[in-house]
Write a protein that binds this ligand. Structure first.
Ligand code: ADP
Ligand code: ZN
Length: 511
């Protein structure tokens, strides 16, 4: 058999394996089943591409997105690997099948739904299969953040070919999800290989939103080079792209609702550009090979720590310094909680745990990287020296009393008013509304003054994040399940306040 390092050099032009690649390839070549957990950019595709050339027969690659498959097909063909995709979007299916039967394919990319079809199984039996590679393998787990029922159809197919090795690949899997993937795909626990997750060149920072557009504009001005701004909605990507052009940088929007031609052009322009800012929904970035992305900014919270890691991981793949900045609002958490209420009951506790973990990352006074890496099962140092909290340690204050005052004010005014009004009650700021409502005689009227006043906004954010407060459809605040323990003094509310620093000069308002 050909030496893997020769193939690595001759086919891919790389002088050495990166990280765990060598281990994974060796296992695959020896016929063992493997789950490789490797962060984005670690070079997962090579782990099956190289064996597909070295081993006799075809490697079947299961991949969830047709667009992704076509990108990978192009990349594989570019280095001379004999590859094809077999999807509903391909009109050369007959030719592909003939090539497969004739043993002329190293790689055959298919979507998981094909796995259940009897035709497909028969097809696979008609030629030699070298390997099953299951890409984005976390999709098989209900614990994963992206469960796809189709992935459950794979196991019976794999079991039909007991002698063919299995290689599952994912960038994102916490310990629980990993164990589940192993079980679902019938891979023994000893087959787990996990790469290091640290991306030391990425500087992480997280701060509350005050004025999204202005904050992003300041951020962009501070950070030259191409970058991605993730926004939660299509409309917002367009609004931001429009507003941020006023920073002088070329900006584009990218989302699934754009005309395919416009989308393709925006993506191509971004890939070619050295200073463009692309405002996109999270669909953007998958399968894009642009190593010099200098920053990823989030205008709202991602779905989970896994998603955060994956999305921020699109920055700095060339190893040069890059920045990931998340701007969050309490309403992000409220909306996420509402969405969780709408998913099927069996998945709610997993989703809730994911949101809580994300809340802890957002609220920590400690090292962001340490939280991320611990989440992926690593044992990192307490401080990384390259995140906002390490570089500029925030002050942690006990705001339990202010939180109690805030909750009392919400309660005494009937759980129907918004945060701004509650703040005016607490500060004793008289208005026509407070007079008409008779709220000026409440015990909470003007109960907060002096230094505590600065805590009101962060406290209301913290209470929303903890589900001690919820927002009703009219914007009014009402108690959530965590309110009681705080009011009774059983749960403390610790706040992380940004370090005092010189007021920043604003370079040109954009809003
Ligand atoms: P992933 O799928 O894990 O995100 P890719 O397979 O897309 O990563 O690989 C990321 C980049 O790293 C690609 O540009 C690839 O060519 C490159 N790469 C992969 N393996 C090596 C290696 N051993 N040496 C150098 N570059 C590599
Ligand atoms: Zn740190």
């Amino acid at each position: 058999m050909t030496d893997p390092t020769d193939l690595l050099r001759n086919i891919f032009g790389f002088s050495a394996f990166r990280g765990v690649q060598g281990d994974v390839v060796a296992r695959v070549m020896s016929g063992a089943d493997t789950l490789a957990v490797m962060p984005t950019g670690a070079g997962k595709s090579l782990c099956y591409q190289l064996p597909s050339v070295a081993l006799e027969g075809t490697c079947i690659v299961i991949s969830p997105l047709i667009a992704l498959m076509h990108d990978q097909l192009r990349a594989a063909e570019a280095v001379g690997i004999r590859a094809a995709t077999l999807t509903s979007a391909d009109d050369n299916r007959a030719e592909t099948i003939a090539r497969f039967r004739g043993g002329e394919l190293d790689l055959l990319y298919v979507a998981p739904e094909r796995a259940s079809s009897g035709h497909f199984r028969e097809l696979l039996e008609s030629a030699k299969i070298a390997l099953f590679a299951i890409d984005e393998a976390h999709c098989v787990s209900e614990w994963g953040h992206d469960f796809r029922p189709d992935y459950r159809l794979l196991r019976p197919l794999l079991d039909n070919f007991p002698d063919v090795p299995r290689l599952a690949l994912t960038a994102t899997a916490d310990a629980h999800t990993r164990a589940d993937i192993l079980e679902q795909l019938g891979i023994e626990p000893g087959g787990l290989i996990v790469a290091g997750f640290d991306r030391p060149n990425i500087r992480y920072a997280i701060s509350p939103r005050t004025n999204t557009t202005q904050q992003l504009a300041d951020f962009i001005i501070d950070n030259p080079g191409p970058g991605i701004v993730y926004a939660p909605t299509r409309a917002q990507t367009e609004r931001l792209a429009e507003a941020l052009t006023r920073t002088g940088r070329p900006t584009r929007a990218y989302h699934a609702g754009l005309e395919p031609a416009v989308r393709a052009r925006n993506q191509a322009d971004f890939v070619a550009s050295e200073d463009m800012v692309i405002c996109a929904t999270v669909a953007f970035g998958m399968g894009i090979d642009k190593p010099d992305v200098r920053f990823v900014a989030h205008a709202g919270i991602p779905k989970s720590i896994e998603a955060y890691y994956q999305e921020t991981g699109r920055a700095g793949r060339d190893g040069d310094p890059a920045v990931a900045h998340l701007f969050w609002g309490a309403d992000d958490f409220a909306r996420a909680r509402q969405r969780i209420g709408e998913v099927e009951p069996a998945r709610q506790s997993g989703e809730r745990a994911r949101l809580t973990a994300l809340g802890a990352l957002v609220e920590t006074a400690g090292c962001r990287r340490a939280i991320l890496l611990r989440h992926f099962g690593e044992d990192p140092p307490e401080r990384c020296g390259n995140c906002d909290n390490c570089l500029n340690p925030p002050k942690a204050v006990d705001a339990s009393v202010a939180a109690q005052k805030f909750l009392s004010a919400v309660f005494r005014t009937g759980q129907m008013f918004g945060a701004g009004y509650i703040e005016s009650i607490l500060l004793g700021k008289s208005s026509e509304r407070s007079m008409t409502n008779g709220h000026e005689s409440l015990s909470v009227w003007g109960i907060i003054n002096g230094e505590e006043a600065a805590l009101i906004k962060p406290v209301s954010r913290a209470l929303l994040l903890r589900d001690a407060l919820r927002t009703n459809p009219h914007g009014g605040l009402e108690f959530g399940p965590a309110a009681k323990a705080i009011l009774k003094g059983e749960a403390r509310v610790e706040l992380v306040l940004p370090p005092a620093r010189a007021k920043r000069r604003r370079r040109g308002r954009v809003t």
